[in-house]
Design a protein. Sequence first.
Length: 44
Amino acid sequence: MVDLSRVIVGFIVINQFVVWFLRVDYLKSVHIEFTAPEFVLYLD
């Protein structure tokens, strides 16, 4: 029988990796869409 805590920890790690990957992909698309002045304006 598989240890339940191990499954939960594994699920959390995989979930965090997926969320991080989607966030990086989203930031790349935003960076490509916006030009530099708009990006600076957004950060300010």
